[in-house]
Design a binder for this molecule. Structure first.
Ligand code: GSH
Length: 216
């Protein structure tokens, strides 16, 4: 398998973390196109993913793009029943939380993090407070749902980590940065869960070493 990926991207982190978790990382040819130089728009990446985005995984004759289905593919390929159960009820819950994070929770989070953390690194200028305020309203709405869920469980689906945690928690490292302005003090269960995730070996192995590296 071949993975086009980037150190900075939370979408790539979740796929790389799944590879570590499943013990598949060493089997994969890891390619890191230099995003600042636009290398992800090369013919090579475009041939595998017409969107020219990472993560993109090439597995035999399959080109896989979009992080969440790629993670499920890897789990199913590895037969990782504990990490990504296939019974109807649990699989529905995994897909539900994955849809929810894309559409609601991480969408709002990413909107804030772009303004507070990423924009400056990518030469985008000063944070736009109006945009932060709009996204913060969304963030608070959906963070309350996750915080309540995590009051009862250590992980999103229950008492053990699953692929749903790697999806919903994809932005943990950035959200924990002091400059992120994410109000985690108001959502202590999310903060505790983020720290729990960061301590998992497979998640920790994929942490950006520094913001300088992240900006590469
Ligand atoms: N929905 C996609 C998002 C992929 C994505 O937006 N990747 C970003 C990095 S986080 C990227 O490749 N950006 C480069 C670009 O859009 O030109 C997924 O889940 O994989």
């Amino acid at each position: 398998m071949k993975l086009y990926t980037s150190k900075f991207s939370p979408n790539c982190r979740r796929v790389e973390a799944v590879l570590h978790h499943l013990g598949l990382y060493e089997e994969v040819d890891i390619r890191r196109p230099n995003m600042m130089e636009g290398e992800h728009r090369s013919d090579e990446v475009r041939a595998a993913n017409p969107n020219m985005k990472v993560p993109t995984l090439v597995a035999g004759d399959m080109n896989l793009w979009e992080a969440n289905p790629t993670m499920i593919y890897l789990c199913d390929r590895a037969g990782a029943e504990d990490f990504c159960p296939s019974d109807l009820k649990t699989r529905f819950e995994i897909l539900r939380w994955m849809s929810w994070e894309v559409q609601h929770y991480n969408r709002a989070l990413a909107g804030i993090l772009w303004e507070t953390v990423a924009k400056g690194l990518f030469g985008g200028g000063e944070p736009d407070q109006d945009k932060i305020d709009t996204e913060m309203e969304n963030y608070r709405r959906f963070a309350a749902v996750l915080n309540d869920r995590l009051a009862e469980h250590d992980f999103v689906l229950g008492d053990r980590v699953t692929v749903a945690d790697f999806a919903v928690g994809a932005y943990s490292a950035l959200a924990l940065l002091p400059q992120s302005r994410i109000p985690l003090e108001d959502y202590p269960n999310i903060k505790a869960w983020y720290l729990r995730l960061e301590s998992l070996p497979s998640w920790a192995k994929t942490a950006p070493d520094s913001m300088a590296e992240a900006a590469e």
